[in-house]
Design a protein around this ligand. Structure first.
Ligand SMILES: Cc1ncc(COP(=O)(O)O)c(C=O)c1O
Length: 380
């Protein structure tokens, strides 16, 4: 695959990856077709792509059955359209990690307020890895679900989703993995993980368009979810107000309306995405971490023994916002993260803001060296 056209050094794939020219052209072509032929008519013409191939590609990507896939406009939408329908009760527990994304936390806390379950948080060991012995001891019949991000928003740790899957295998506890920052840069196989809900965004390491996300929802979880409201692509209501459910796949969790252009751009992205097994962001991140650690005053925030393509850091004198702005002037795009987006881990350690540099298959060693050299100049 050819590197996307970029005039800057793009080190913010964890925000949004770079679209390929092909994906952009696909979206523009759809918009022209909608203007020329009508939007509904264009959608009808693309029925096979929109209603089969998109689901087939997502299923292939994460090792799920096509019927388990629901398409959404963001990863948060995927999470909040699914998990709250599980409704754990007052006697039940939910287990999270300290790396949980704030958007997911907000929906879980609202759910706890209504249903009164308890939230337990997996402790970390000295390296910042999840204490799996604790998890093993604490998973019991009263645990409704365990939810962990594969890779969090604020730092590059790769959580041990395979080991957690092994611990939960054979239990009645549902297993939720937020793959927003992992899908596209790490291989994912939800059936091997035994994962009941996997959520992802299209715009990050998959490099798809904004406004795309998806969930893989196991049949076991779907059967346990309360019936939510359904839209017209899956259900019908007659003159006597009798409801008929026509579709029984994970698509029952979606709303019907979506942008055809964006969905087609996403499908193009999925078709041409490099095999994540060959995307070695861990090496790129290690290269970057080594260079940053050698810059005087830089502290790299990288908990855990295993890392992916996110490297977060701050300087003892120059603020993250100033660093981001100064790097921007050097043609290098990084992002100032807020600790409140990964509140339990970051805020607990006094990290309110930091700089996040994220690498991907299109990041070169020269670009990584350029970032380190620019940081030296800016902070000297
Ligand atoms: C780990 C993680 N989960 C979920 C989300 C939410 O994704 P979205 O903005 O597509 O809802 C993000 C966004 O940065 C994230 O980093």
């Amino acid at each position: 695959m050819t590197a996307p056209l970029a005039t800057r050094v793009h080190l913010n794939t964890a925000g949004a990856g770079l679209l390929s020219s092909h994906a952009v052209d696909t979206m523009i072509d759809v918009l022209h077709a909608e203007r020329r032929d009508g939007a509904y008519e264009t959608e009808l013409r693309l029925d096979g792509e929109l209603n089969e191939q998109l689901y087939g590609e997502l299923a292939r990507l994460v090792g799920a059955a096509p019927d388990d896939i629901a398409y959404f406009d963001s990863a948060t939408r995927a999470y909040v359209s699914t998990l709250p329908l599980l409704k754990p009760g007052p006697g039940e527990r939910v287990i999270l990690s300290p790396y949980e994304y704030a958007g997911n936390l907000l929906s879980l806390l609202a759910l706890r307020e209504r249903h009164g379950f308890t939230i337990d948080v997996i402790p970390l060991d000295a390296e910042g890895d999840l204490d799996l012995e604790w998890l093993e001891k604490n998973v019991d019949d009263d645990v409704s679900f365990v939810s962990v991000p594969h890779v969090p928003s604020g730092c590059g740790i790769v959580n041990p989703v395979e080991e957690i899957g092994r611990i939960l295998r054979g239990t009645d506890t549902f297993y939720v993995v937020d793959g927003c920052q992992s899908v596209g840069q790490l291989p994912v196989d939800v059936s091997a993980l035994g994962c009941d809900l996997f959520t992802g965004a299209g715009r990050k390491f998959l490099c798809g368009p904004r406004g795309t996300g998806f969930a893989a929802v196991s049949e076991r979880l779907r059967a346990a979810l309360e019936r939510g409201s359904r839209d017209l692509h899956v259900s019908a209501v007659d003159a006597r107000l009798a409801v008929e459910d026509r579709v029984h796949t994970a698509r029952t969790l979606e709303l019907a309306e979506r942008s055809t252009a964006v969905a087609m751009g996403f499908l193009t992205t999925l078709r041409e995405a490099p095999d994540p097994a060959g995307v070695d962001n861990a090496s790129r991140a290690a290269e970057l971490t080594a260079l940053l650690t050698a810059v005087p005053g830089i502290e790299v925030i990288n908990p855990g023994r295993r890392q992916a393509g996110i490297v977060t850091f701050r300087h003892d004198r120059v603020s993250p916002a100033e660093l981001t702005a100064a790097l921007g002037e050097c043609g290098i795009t990084v992002w100032t993260i807020t600790g409140a987006h990964t509140p339990q881990y970051m805020l607990d350690r006094g990290v309110t803001t930091a700089v996040r540099a994220s690498v991907h298959w299109y990041t070169t060693t020269a670009q990584i060296e350029a970032l380190a050299a620019a940081l030296r100049r800016i902070t000297s």
